[in-house]
Design a protein around this ligand. Structure first.
Ligand SMILES: Cc1cc2nc3c(=O)[nH]c(=O)nc-3n(C[C@H](O)[C@H](O)[C@H](O)COP(=O)(O)OP(=O)(O)OC[C@H]3O[C@@H](n4cnc5c(N)ncnc54)[C@H](O)[C@@H]3O)c2cc1C
Length: 204
C-alpha cells in the first residue's frame, strides 16, 4: 500500500494528515497516511501553548490581505472553499457563507466563541480541546501517528523513475512514501535536508 508521509505533528501536520486522509477516502484511493513527529511523547505540543493555553484559533473576519503572503493565502482559502462546496453539495444543506476552516473544525466537533476584535477561541476555552479534536479525527481516519521520529533527510525519487521518497530518521530508520508533506514549523525547517528544489532558504 502506498504511503503519504507527513513530517511534523503540529497544527499544520495534524490538519494535513486529516485532509489527506479525507481526500484519499473521497477518491476511493487505498493509501496509508503516516505522521512522523520528533517529540518523544506526543503530537501537537505547540498547540497547547497558544493563546495563553486557550488557543486563539482564528478570527471572525479572515482577510487574505492581513497576511504577509497574501497571494498564497488567497489561493489556499479559495481552494478550501471550492473543495468544501463540492463535498457539501453532495451531502448537506449547510451554506458556505461561513469560514471553511471553522466549518471543518465544527465537523470535527469543535465549537468556537467570539471575543473582542473577532478573536475566536474554543468554547471550552482550552487549547487542549483543539488538540483533542485533531488527534481524535486523525485516529478515526486511521492516521498512523509515530512519535520520537525526527526526520533528518528526504530524498526524492530518481528523475524519470517510478520510485518513492525516502525519509531518513535520527534513529536510523528509513520510511518510503509516494508523497511527503513537510510541516516542521518555520524554525525547525533548517534542521531537515530536503531535495534541492524544495530546500527552504527563506526562514521568514
Ligand atoms: C506563545 C505563542 C502563542 C501563540 N498563540 C497562538 C494563537 O493563539 N493562535 C494562533 O493561531 N497561533 C498562535 N501562535 C502561533 C502558532 O503556535 C504557530 O503558528 C503554529 O504552532 C505553527 O504550526 P506548525 O504546525 O506550522 O508548526 P509547529 O507548531 O512548530 O509544529 C511543528 C512540529 O514539527 C515537529 N518537528 C520539527 N522538526 C521535525 C523533524 N525534523 N522531524 C519530525 N518532526 C519535526 C515539531 O516537534 C512540532 O511538533 C502562538 C505561538 C506562540 C509561540
Amino acid at each position: 500500500m502506498e504511503t503519504i508521509a507527513i513530517i511534523g505533528g503540529g497544527a499544520s501536520g495534524l490538519m494535513a494528515a486529516v485532509e489527506a486522509s479525507l481526500a484519499l477516502r473521497q477518491a476511493g484511493a487505498v493509501a496509508h497516511v503516516a505522521l512522523f513527529e520528533a517529540d518523544t511523547e506526543r503530537v501537537g505540543r505547540s498547540i497547547l501553548a497558544t493563546g495563553n493555553g486557550r488557543c486563539n484559533i482564528s478570527n471572525a473576519c479572515i482577510s487574505a490581505d492581513a497576511y504577509r503572503n497574501q497571494v498564497f493565502v488567497e489561493q489556499a482559502l479559495m481552494h478550501l472553499q471550492s473543495a468544501y462546496a463540492a463535498e457539501r453539495s453532495a451531502t448537506s444543506m449547510r451554506t458556505l457563507e461561513a469560514n471553511p476552516v471553522l466549518e471543518r473544525f465544527a465537523d470535527m466537533g469543535l465549537v468556537t466563541r467570539e471575543e473582542s476584535e473577532g478573536r475566536l477561541y474554543p468554547m471550552a476555552n482550552k487549547a487542549t480541546s483543539v488538540l483533542d479534536v485533531l488527534r481524535s479525527t486523525a485516529a478515526e481516519l486511521g492516521v498512523d501517528v509515530q512519535t520520537d521520529k525526527r526526520a533528518l533527510r528526504v530524498d526524492a525519487p530518481a528523475p524519470g523513475g517510478a520510485g518513492c521518497f525516502n525519509i531518513r530518521f535520527a534513529d536510523k530508520a528509513i520510511a518510503h512514501a509516494a508523497a511527503v508533506i513537510v510541516a516542521v514549523g518555520g524554525r525547525a525547517a533548517s534542521g531537515i535536508q530536503l531535495p534541492e528544489p524544495l530546500a527552504c532558504s527563506d526562514m521568514q
